[in-house]
Design a binder for this molecule. Structure first.
Ligand code: NOJ
Length: 768
């Protein structure tokens, strides 16, 4: 068959091959039922080794995103013992590998190509945490759509995104990759990302499979150290960490990835509770589950498996379908089946799930349909994609502080000093997990300011110091630049690789001597604008009280430089809001919006009270709270008006309030609604975000915001893991951020208990 099929053209080859395999052409099989039947026929012809091959994902040697255990993927593809490959892209390379699978392996089953397309493929958008700061669900969905379009044209079928992990610890480097700390926001964003990647039809060649990762609670690593132990109450797991995953599932996510961490003593990759009882049985997930990179193998180091064979057994029993990079299934599966430790039926079920998704992608019709050089040329980094990246980068920028309205800058002033180690740092613009993005295509902040001012402003530049060293020898250059200028723009923060995987920090201040440089720049008396690039909230208490203007620009992506210039010079009025709390000091971490009260709360009006819950050396409150973000205009809020002061079980509540643009320029506001359940049989957080709305508003205009709170919004997880609301008093608070709120109160009354007053919801609706 091998030599015969080589003589066919690709299209004919595919048709002929799959007719031989008994796999129908698309159209005949659109409903999917025929596909299932054909998969059964194919399964009947597969050896155990070939089946385990469909459960094996190996990296190519193009990229390295973890420890390398089994490098020989080419030989595996040829033998049919590797069914999926990651870290391989471009139409040409994926075609080359696919050809080996289709023409040289015994059954010619097409490969599935996966990759970490996290915030763009070639056109890089802001890091996910930055995207989240836009609170713009449409734009975030659009970013994932564009990423999928580019990735698919380069032969990719599957992205390892979105990361649905709630992150409340800024030390954890992977906080950069998610949608922040709040359940409602993260759930909405996760849903949008899944929709963007997968579109509405997986068989279209510009949609790719999404993967909800890392299941579960990876973000709750002890001490913010990556891969570390997670110990959580089941209530917190269900109330906080699972909802974004459930949102991904509800949006139709095709795959799930296990997490590296253990959860309450069980490594997630070996957790039958997570992967089978919850995900499949309770939630009804029908796609496949892939492990994180070598996480089956790592169950040995966890002290959960005796050896690799045992680890494989535990993973299969738990419900894992595909082994990423560990080769444990391939190496130990045959022995485990031979001695009856695991049953063939379980293997067959996993293989079915993988083949079904390959079929749904249309790979059995044409295994090369994604690897399209013409489409690759047309779509990759197209002007429309770059424009979308610039738009979202500008929307992601958060104006943390703007004393005396120093910003926006004039573009005709005589001299501007652009200093700091990140001002001209091209590599850092696209951040970590920047896929196949090319930082050489970025304009730096310095260049973008030069472009924007086009000779009208004299720009003097000196980095002043490195990102992370103790060397002060170049301070003088930066201070000289400042002396020459009317305003100083200091671009500071973290390097791109100080966040992301395996990039936890115990000190989340400005690294190296940047703070000292900033102080010296400030001491010159020149007004300083601080532009921060970072993958996490930074503890910058000195800057927050001394530097008049601060912009958090995250790692803003391919078009981040122009986007920063857009905001600096007022072409775009900033509208980003913080999706995470900024601490004053790392010692406050974890610090987040949805904290609870204690029995001895601190009273700000009694600062010297002794036996209360407080620190001796730092206030309890954050430096910048969740939802904070200023504009070049000002917005005033009316108190909320409620449709009723009392509602019954099952009733909805309408909330409306007015937002007035009280400044003198048009702006975009993200109005936020928070809820507090005052008394519960389980204590409730002080605030939870429940709704938000982004809208443009002209100066002097008033916009009425209307939200409806549904019964599920009042519900919470109880110790028996039911989700239900309790009668009592609730406070609705609205405002431009969680630090500035107007409130109103309503009661949920018990009603007639016999008529189901205590409505019990499935855990699912919480995550809508
Ligand atoms: C390990 C990371 O945890 C995961 O998010 C990623 O998708 C894989 N490596 C593959 O690169």
């Amino acid at each position: 068959m091998t030599s015969l099929t080589r003589t066919f053209t690709a299209g004919f080859l595919a048709a002929a091959l799959f007719t031989m395999l008994g796999i129908p052409a698309r159209g005949a099989d659109a409903g999917g039922d025929g596909l299932d039947q054909r998969i059964e026929e194919l399964l009947g012809r597969m050896t155990l080794e070939e089946k385990l091959g469909q459960m094996t994902l190996l990296t190519s040697d193009w990229d390295r995103t973890g420890p390398s255990i089994k490098p020989n993927y080419l030989e595996g593809i040829r033998k049919g013992t590797v069914g999926a490959v990651f870290n391989a892209y471009t139409a040409a390379y994926t075609r080359k590998l696919q050809k080996i699978a289709v023409e040289e392996s015994r059954l010619g089953i097409p490969l599935l190509f996966g990759y970490d397309v996290i915030h763009g493929h070639r056109t890089i958008f802001p890091i996910p945490l930055g995207e989240a700061a836009s609170f713009d669900l449409k734009a975030i969905e659009g970013s994932a759509r564009i990423a999928a379009t580019e990735a698919a044209a380069e032969g990719l079928h599957w992205t390892f995104a979105p990361m649905a992990d709630i992150a409340r610890d800024a030390r954890w480097g992977r906080i950069a990759e998610g949608a922040g700390e709040e359940v409602y926001l993260a759930s909405e964003i996760t849903r949008s990302r899944v929709r963007g990647f997968q579109g509405t039809d997986l068989s279209r060649p510009d949609t790719i499979l999404a993967c909800a990762k890392h299941f579960a609670a990876y973000g709750a690593a002890q001490a913010g150290r990556d891969y570390h132990t997670v110990d959580l109450s089941p209530m917190t797991l269900h109330q906080v960490y699972l909802p974004p995953f459930r949102a991904a599932l509800d949006a139709g996510v095709a795959t799930f990835m296990t997490a590296f961490n253990e959860l309450n003593g069980i490594p997630c990759t070996g957790s039958g509770y997570l992967l089978s009882d919850l995900l499949r049985q309770e939630w009804g997930f029908t796609g496949f589950v892939v492990t994180d990179c070598t996480s089956i193998n790592e169950m040995v180091a966890h002290g959960f498996a005796r050896d690799l064979r045992h680890a494989g057994e535990l993973a299969i029993e738990a419900g894992v379908d595909m082994d990423m990079q560990g080769s444990v299934f391939a190496d130990h599966g045959p022995g485990l089946v031979a001695d009856g430790t695991i049953e063939q039926a379980g293997i067959d079920e996993a293989v079915r799930r993988v083949l079904r998704l390959k079929g749904q992608l249309g790979l059995f019709d044409d295994p090369y349909r994604y690897s399209d050089p013409a489409r690759e040329k047309a779509v990759v980094m197209s002007p429309a994609h770059l424009a979308a990246a610039r738009d979202l980068a500008a929307k992601s920028i958060v104006l943390l502080r703007n004393e005396g309205s120093l910003l926006p800058l004039s573009d005709s002033g005589p001299t501007l000093a652009v200093v700091g180690p990140l001002a001209d740092g091209r590599r850092h613009m696209i951040g970590s997990w920047s896929g196949a993005g090319d930082f050489e295509k970025c304009r730096t902040v310095l260049e973008s300011i030069q472009d924007r001012t086009a000779g009208r402003v004299k720009i003097v530049h000196a980095p002043g110091c490195d990102i992370d060293s103790e060397d002060r020898s170049r301070f003088a250059e930066a201070l000289a630049a400042a002396a020459e200028a009317e305003v100083v723009v200091a671009v500071m923060g973290e390097s791109y690789d100080m966040s992301g995987e395996a990039a936890s920090r115990s000190d989340i201040g400005l690294p190296g001597v940047q703070l000292q440089l900033l102080r010296e720049l400030h001491a010159t008396g020149k007004p300083v604008v601080l532009v921060l690039l970072s993958g996490r909230p930074l503890a910058i208490p000195w800057a927050a009280t001394h530097v008049p203007s601060i912009l958090e620009a995250w790692f803003p992506g391919t078009m981040g430089g122009p986007a920063i210039a857009d905001v600096l010079f007022g072409d775009v009025n900033p509208s980003g809001k913080l999706p995470v709390t900024f601490p004053r000091a790392v010692g406050q971490v974890p610090i987040f919006l949805a904290v609870k009260n204690t029995g001895r709360p601190f009273h700000p009006e009694k600062p010297d009270e002794k036996y209360v819950s407080r620190y001796l050396d730092v206030p309890n409150d954050p430096l910048f709270p969740f939802g904070h973000g200023l504009s070049y205009t000002t917005f005033t809020y009316s108190p909320p008006r409620l449709s009723s002061e009392q509602i019954g079980p099952g009733d909805s509540l309408r909330v409306e309030f007015d937002v007035t643009n009280s400044g003198d320029r048009a702006g975009v506001e993200v109005a936020q609604l928070y809820l507090r359940d005052l008394v519960g049989s389980v204590t409730r957080p002080l605030l939870e975000l429940k709704r938000f709305k982004r809208f443009q508003i002209e100066p002097g205009q008033r916009h009425t915001v209307r939200f409806t709170l549904d019964p599920e919004d009042l519900a919470f997880v109880h110790p028996d893991l039911t989700l239900r609301a309790e009668p009592g008093e609730f406070r609705v608070l609205v405002g431009p951020g969680s630090g500035r709120l107007e409130g109103a109160t309503f009661r949920l009354v018990a009603g007639d208990v016999r008529r189901g007053a205590y409505q019990v919801f499935e855990l699912g609706p919480l995550h809508r």
